[in-house]
Design a protein around this ligand. Structure first.
Ligand code: HEM
Length: 553
């Protein structure tokens, strides 16, 4: 017979473990021993206590008493965790936020799985202000001082959320590296993004741009998905720029490497799982699309080694073929880094270009003005893919690109850091933030904070980037443009290393497309709903952008 004596000691232990869970487990990146130890404690504790009770009291060990022990143990554990998380004793008790986010991370995971993080964070900041509690031990901040304090030079390191990008047995890629390891690897990477290196990649953009133009010309008059075609283009460019490997997706009109699908499935998975530290850790042991991505990276890398250096591609710089480093970069690092480059440089840039098109096409006067500017700087007979000298004159085009990156940053939410162990905590945005807290600076939240950009921070108004036009457009209302709060490429020492390459690539390709083609939404296409169909999966996954093109006279 189960005894009434069973619940009390078991419940007490569970309650204590609940608090210990917060004090220790949740705070730091779990290591294998911590995870195994915790799993063993959770599984064995009720059984051990029941056995002890059986020896000191008269209760039987039966199926029902075992079940009762486990039920009491886990319900007490969960209750104590919840009570602590919502209590005034929790270190983040003073940070405002909705109850469900304080209680569990699983709610955030669900939002993430649906790709709705950006909408939810935007609404939360709207409701609660620049600092919001977005998880039991997580906060999201959007004010400028915090952007600098968190992402800047003396800011916080990347934390467990980036662990999701790693697979057991493989070192983290640059994007997941921290401390001296990050500094050393970033130095090697940087040589691949100097202006001299960008000049080496420019002919690849030219060739791939011509191929895009030819493929689109061949389809003039029929329905096209611009999201897809721009994505094929950026994959072609990144594969050749990284490995000298020609994927020829634009020529074929499809991806026969499987790379695009793998990245999209993988991105959603890692984004979702990355919210729960111990689950992230366990997931690194699972077979996943990142394994297949590594295999593709491995085989392309192998081919690149056999092929040798024909041009100074990014591989050339990451393997330090010029011999700048005292110690050659570890070859085991170059493969995850090369896959990272393709992922980080393709989806983001194609998303940004599709966003730009939607923004100008949704505003016909803006579109007309962009066309006029392009025609003035690149009249018939000139080639935007071969002459970049006119970019500096295209003030309005650049304003539109910046504004589209502000309204729809391709990395909508990410940019997570952690208050490190041993730091004693930090004061951020006027709140004491304890060690182990994950701090997120979501670009969309920062861009929509009216203290950073106003009036109408959520509207696409390119004139705000042109000081002498802003006053007229906003009819004398005070205009706020905090340039350090413009963070589509993040901020600080771990910001986007490919920023200048991405801008060059986008300016060349967008100018070429506008010079050569007239774009219209497919009749009947619900274009107003397009932004609402964005999926936030690490980078944005855009819905099909259905257009019809015709050659411009
Ligand atoms: C419009 C295009 C792009 C956007 C919006 C973008 C955005 C970002 C953002 C927001 C981050 C920082 C995440 C953080 O702070 O946690 C980042 C990092 C990074 N990006 Fe980009 N990116 C773009 C294009 C590229 C390109 C073309 C490359 C070329 C390889 C690239 C390579 C990287 C790498 C390697 C990192 C990690 C840097 C580090 O950890 O030190 N990105 N990107």
């Amino acid at each position: 017979m189960p005894s009434l004596l069973v619940p009390s000691p078991i419940a007490t232990t569970a309650m204590l473990l609940g608090v210990a869970n917060h004090l220790y487990l949740n705070k730091y990146e779990p290591v294998r021993t911590t995870v195994i130890r915790t799993a063993l404690v959770l599984l064995l504790e009720p059984a051990i206590q029941l056995f002890v009770l059986h020896r000191v009291t008269s209760i039987d060990i039966s199926t029902s008493s075992i079940m009762l022990a486990y039920l009491v143990f886990f319900s007490s554990l969960v209750t104590s965790i919840i009570l602590y998380r919502v209590s005034p004793f929790h270190p983040l008790a003073k940070v405002p936020g909705p109850m469900i986010f304080k209680i569990t991370k699983f709610w955030r995971m669900l939002i993430c799985w649906r790709g709705q993080q950006h909408f939810v964070l935007k609404d939360l900041h709207h409701q609660y202000g620049p600092i919001v509690r977005t998880g039991p031990n997580d906060i999201s901040i959007t004010d400028l001082a915090s952007v600098k304090a968190v992402l800047g030079t003396d800011g916080l390191p990347k934390g467990p959320a980036y662990l999701r990008l790693k697979t057991v047995g493989s070192p983290p890629a640059l994007i997941g590296a921290t401390g001296q390891d990050h500094t050393d690897r970033r130095r090697v990477w940087s040589r691949g993004f100097t202006s001299e290196s960008l000049r080496e990649y420019q002919p690849i953009i030219t060739t791939k741009g011509d191929e895009l133009s030819e493929s689109l010309s061949a389809r003039a008059g029929s329905e096209l998905d611009l999201t897809y075609w721009l994505n094929l283009f950026t994959f072609d460019f990144m594969s050749e720029m990284m490995f000298g490997y020609k994927t020829e997706m634009v020529k074929k009109g499809r991806d026969d490497t499987g790379l695009m699908g793998l990245i999209q499935t993988g991105a959603r998975f890692v984004e979702t799982i990355g919210h729960v530290t111990w689950l992230t850790y366990l997931s690194t042991y699972l077979p996943s699309s990142s394994k297949n991505l590594r295999e593709i990276g491995g085989s392309w890398g192998q081919r690149r080694v056999e092929m040798g250096s024909k041009t100074k591609d990014l591989w050339y710089h990451l393997t330090d073929e010029e011999g700048h480093e005292k110690v050659k970069p570890n070859p085991a690092y170059v493969r995850p880094d090369s896959v990272t480059a393709i992922i980080a440089g393709s989806d983001t840039t194609s998303t940004a270009m599709a966003n730009f098109f939607w923004c100008i096409m949704a505003h016909p006067k803006v579109y007309e003005r962009v066309c006029d500017e392009v025609s003035k700087e690149y009249p018939p007979g000139t080639d935007p893919l071969r002459d970049t000298s006119r970019h500096g004159n295209m003030t309005f085009m650049k304003a539109c690109l910046n504004e589209s990156l502000r309204v729809f940053p391709p990395v909508l939410t990410n940019c997570t850091r952690v208050v490190p162990k041993g730091s004693g905590g930090r004061v951020i945005s006027g709140h004491f933030i304890a060690e182990g807290t994950q701090v997120q600076i979501p670009p969309i939240g920062v861009h929509y904070n009216p203290e950073n950009f106003s009036p109408s921070p959520e509207s696409f108004i390119p004139e705000r980037w042109i000081p002498k036009e802003a006053d007229a457009v906003f009819k004398g209302q005070p205009v706020k443009m905090k340039m350090d709060a413009f963070v589509p490429f993040s901020y600080g020492p771990a910001n986007c290393i490919g920023k200048h390459l991405a801008i060059l690539e986008m300016m060349m390709v967008l100018t070429m497309l506008i010079q050569r083609f007239q774009f219209e939404f497919v009749p009947g296409f619900q274009w107003k709903e397009w932004p609402g169909r964005k999926v936030d999966a690490f980078a944005t996954r855009n819905a099909p952008l259905k257009v019809v093109i015709k050659p411009r006279a």
